[in-house]
Design a protein around this ligand. Sequence first.
Ligand code: EPZ
Length: 433
Amino acid sequence: MEQYIIKGGKPLVGEVTIGGAKNAALGVIAAAIMTDEPVKLHNLPDISDVDILLKGIEALGAVVERPNVHEARMMGGSITTCIASYDDLRKIRGSYYLCGAMLGKYKRAEVPLPGGCNIGSRPIDQHIKGFEALGAKVVIQHGMIIAEAEKLVGAHIYFDCSSVGATINVMMAACMAEGQTVLENAAKEPHVVEVANFLNSLGANIKGAGTDVIRISGVSSLHGSTYSIIPDQIEAGTFMLAAAATRGDVLIKNVIPKHLEAVSAKLVEIGAEVEEFDDAVRVVASKRLVHTNIKTLPYPGFPTDMQQVMATVLCIAEGTSIVTETIYENRFMYVDELTRMGASMRVVEGNSAVIEGVDKLTGAIVRALDLRCGAALVVAGLMADGYTTVEHIEYVERGYEKFVNKMCELGAAIEKVDSEDAKAIQKFKLRVG
Ligand code: EPZ
C-alpha cells in the first residue's frame, strides 16, 4: 500500500504554482457533453477524479482525447447511450453532474448514485427537487438515479439549502429547458460561476451566477467552445496554511486572491502575514501563531473544505480555538488521527470542536479518512517533531495534483513509498536525517 512518509520541522520556503480547480473541472467536463460540437478544455488538474469522469464519458460513446494530462478534447456528438455504466463513477461525487447534463440534452439520464468523501450523509434531494420542478420524473433504482422527461419546461425553484451540486446540476438541465428558470437560494461558490461561464461559452443564457438568484433562459442547442479552468482555491488554501504552519515563506502562484479571502483573513488573524498580488499570494509566518474561532459557511464564508487543515494549524497555535462545522454532519473524523500526534482537540455537541494549542505535535502513523483529512495529516506531519506516516493516500491523490512533488520543491521532507518497501523507508530516513 502506498503511503507518505514525512520528517517534520522544516519550514516551507519558495514558490508553488496552483493547478486547475477540481470541483470546477468536474462540472465543466460533465457540461461539455451537452453540445455535439468539439470542446477543448485546458488547465484540467491531473487527478484521479478527472480521469474517472472522462472515462465514464468515453463509455457513453463520446470521443475523449487527452493531448496531455492538463487538456481534454471532447466530442459529445457520438454519444450512443444515456446510461452511465462505467463502474468507477460510483466512487466520485462529481459523477452526478452527468445527470443534469444528459437530462438537459437528451431528456433522459441513468447515472450511479454518487460516491465521494465520507463526511456526512450527502443526500441529493435538492437535485431531484430541481429536476422534477423542470418536469422530469426521477426514481432511484438499483443504485442508479434515473431521470427522464417528455420535455423540460423552465420553473421557479427555491433550494431548501445552499447546495453547490444541486445548483450546478439543475442549472445544466435548465439551460436546455423551454422558457425561463429562476434558481433561488443558489450556491455562490466560484465553481458554480465557472460552470455557468462555461455553459454560456457554449451558447447558454445564464445570468446571476455567483449570487443567490440565477436566471436561465433555455436554448434548444449548444455549440462548441475552448475553455480554461480556474485555479483551485482549496489547493491554494492548503499551501497557504501549510506555509503558516511550518513558519515558512511561500509565494503561491496562479490563484484568484478574491477566492481566498476567507482563508487570508483568518491567517492574518492568527498572526501570519499575507501579501496579495494580481494572481498570487505570499504567506509568511515567523512567530508562533495564535488562536481563533472558525465557523464554516457557504461561499464567501470560511470554506468547509479548508476546515480540517485550518484546525490542524490551530493545534499548535497559542490559546484555545473553537471550530464549528455547519455544512457537514461528520467532518471531524480526523480528530482521532491528530490526537495520535499529540493534539489536544475534542468534538463537542457534534458540530463543534475545541482545540487547546500545544507546543508541538509529534510524528505518528495516521490514516487519511477522506481527501481533506489526508491533506490535513500531511500538514500535521510537516509541523510535527519526528517521522509521520500517512496511510490511504489514494484519498489525497484524488484531489491534489503532484502534492508530494510540490511540497518537496518547497523544502518539505516527504516521500511517497510503498509500505512493504523497508529499503525505501530506510533510505528516506538516511537522506533526511
Ligand atoms: C461540493 O460537494 C464539493 N464537491 C465539496 O468538496 C464541497 O465540500 C461542497 O461542494 C461544499 O462546498 C464537489 O464539487 C465534487 P453541497 P456537494 O451539495 O456538491 C447538503 C472536496 O473536499 N445537501 O453543496 O456534494 C449536503 O448534505 C469536496 O473537494 C442536501 O441536504 O456539496 C451538505 O450538508 C468535499 N441536499 C450541504 O448540503 C442536497 O440535495 C452542502 O452540500 C444536496 C446537498
